[in-house]
Design a binder for this molecule. Structure first.
Ligand code: ADP
Length: 489
């Protein structure tokens, strides 16, 4: 809508930066053209945020009242669910049913942090001296920079905004270039819910300019980032110079493991969903599949059949499984990975091409692809493709399996399929990853911490403790029986 391109300090306005477009990846039509934020807009948003979080009306607002705002946001999300789903799907081409799941999870996240906000408090450490009591209290950090990617914007945005606001901070959200719409809509809902002006600003714009200026601003006191590992590392350097904290949710190359005693039907469905939902554009996509050699043939046949049955099409249609990739440039990079896999000796079991259906030619579609015949050393096993490409590798014994599963710079997640939970637990224990799913995959819970080992990230989101990640501790010493201190006499 006109002059609603950015949201700064409680005001809707036209950004003073470059023009940018949101295009529907399903047919490339322009959904919205907006003027992105400029460096001056960043400055205005930070100054407004600093003023807003220090305002005594906000600082002394009871946690009950802050929780009420988050609860109201969750109700508004539920009421406007289909509109949010529409915006999310238009922005990034995610199939409707998946986008709906994300919108529902955003509402649940707001509710969860409302509840956490109500019950969270400080501590009373044990007394070391009879007349001195100490209180350990938690205070907000101040202005938080939240930077999110294009693959699941509404969920990523809320995972940062809700705990940061519950903790009493102000947030400046920089959504990805391709997906500004749902983030702007979220700002509208926070405004309607009564969040005081300045506590949330949304600045669509280029990461290397607007995102960079935001995180470097001296008043920004934490960077909460979800995106690529290279960008995350750059932000960590900036944070190190400023001596501020980061929360980094980065890339992945997650192994899924099918043991010889697995329920193969269950596993085939789970593996198929784990890699091909969201067209593989998920940091947790199960993109490396290790299958026990004794069940390899039986399993790959089941998986191939399921993959061939996936419906590719317009993501706005309810029954579609596979929508478009985010952009033609991104599809080109997926195609290049598939070509490289073939050059390294990989055999395409299924997919590997742009679909020929004439109805799909204006979008950035790519067939779900399974590649065999490679080892874990292949480029496609070591690098994150962020597309619908699965590499399958047979294994003979658990020692080599564990070695290969852990032989990655990433450590985000893993899946294990077996009917023996003792075996599953022992294996889960040895995997260098932040999340292990056993006989399921890609399920989330806002009450369970999420984050990566190794190059997959730093810090955890979700869970009770994540509120404290947006706070700093202050210790207060109270003399119960004040006596003159005779030292200077
Ligand atoms: P992806 O590969 O998922 O696009 P990126 O790391 O490039 O991952 O982008 C994730 C988010 O980080 C986006 O909002 C993007 O605009 C932002 N971003 C990219 N580069 C920078 C940077 N140098 N400084 C701050 N933010 C950035």
């Amino acid at each position: 809508m006109k002059n609603r391109d950015i949201f700064v300090g409680g005001k809707w306005q036209q950004g003073r930066g470059q023009q940018m477009q949101s295009r529907f990846p399903g047919d490339n039509h322009v959904v919205a053209t907006l003027n992105s934020a400029s460096l001056e807009d960043v400055e205005d948003a930070v100054i407004a945020a600093e003023k807003a979080w220090r305002d005594p009306k906000w600082r002394h607002m009871s946690s009950h009242q802050r929780a009420a705002i988050l609860l109201k946001v969750s109700t508004l999300i539920d009421e406007q669910r289909e509109e949010l789903v529409r915006l999310q799907t238009l922005d990034n081409g995610k199939p409707w049913a998946e986008a709906r799941g994300l919108v529902m999870s955003a509402a649940a996240t707001a509710r969860y942090f409302a509840a956490v906000c109500e019950v969270s408090g400080g501590e009373l450490p044990p007394r070391r001296q009879p007349d001195i009591m100490t209180l350990s209290t938690y205070q907000p950090l101040g202005v938080i920079a939240a930077i999110t990617p294009w693959n699941s914007p509404i969920a990523s945005d809320m995972q940062k905004i809700a705990p940061a606001i519950a903790a009493g901070n102000a947030v400046i959200l920089k959504p990805a270039e391709a997906t500004p719409l749902v983030s702007l809509k979220l700002a509208e809902l926070f405004e309607q819910a009564g969040l005081p002006a300045g506590l949330l600003s949304v600045l669509p714009g280029k990461g290397s300019i607007i995102g960079d200026a935001l995180v470097r601003h001296p008043l920004v006191r934490k960077i909460s980032f979800t995106g690529g590992t290279n960008t995350g590392r750059q932000l960590a350097h900036i944070a190190a110079d400023k001596l501020i904290g980061t929360s980094l949710e980065l890339g992945g190359k997650s192994p899924t493991i099918v043991l010889d005693d697995a329920d193969l039907d269950l596993a085939a469905h789970g593996v198929c969903y784990g890699i091909f939902s969201s067209m593989g554009q998920a940091c947790i996509a199960g993109s490396r599949l290790f299958v026990a050699r004794s069940v390899y043939q039986a399993f790959i046949e089941k998986l191939t059949k399921l993959t061939q049955g996936l419906i590719i099409g317009d993501p706005r249609q309810e029954r579609v499984h596979i929508g478009p990739l985010i952009s033609s440039a991104h599809r080109d990079s997926v195609i290049a990975y598939v070509s490289q896999a073939i050059a390294e000796g990989g055999k395409i079991r299924v997919g590997g091409k742009v679909p020929t259906d004439p109805a799909l030619q204006s979008g950035h579609y790519f067939e779900p692809t399974i590649i065999e015949g490679l080892t874990n050393q292949a480029h496609v096993c070591q690098e994150e493709i962020f597309g619908p490409v699965l590499v399958v590798i047979p294994f003979d014994d658990e020692t080599s399996l564990i070695h290969d599963a852990n032989d990655s710079i990433y450590g985000l997640a893993a899946g294990i399929w077996t009917q023996d939970y003792t075996r599953a637990f022992k294996l889960a224990d040895t995997l260098d990853v932040g999340t292990v799913w056993i006989n399921t995959y890609k399920v989330f819970s806002i009450s369970t911490p999420f984050g990566g080992f190794k190059d997959s990230g730093l810090g955890r989101e979700k869970g009770l403790e994540s509120l404290k990640a947006y706070m700093q501790q202050k210790s207060i010493f109270l003399a119960l029986n004040p006596q003159p201190n005779r030292w200077c006499e």
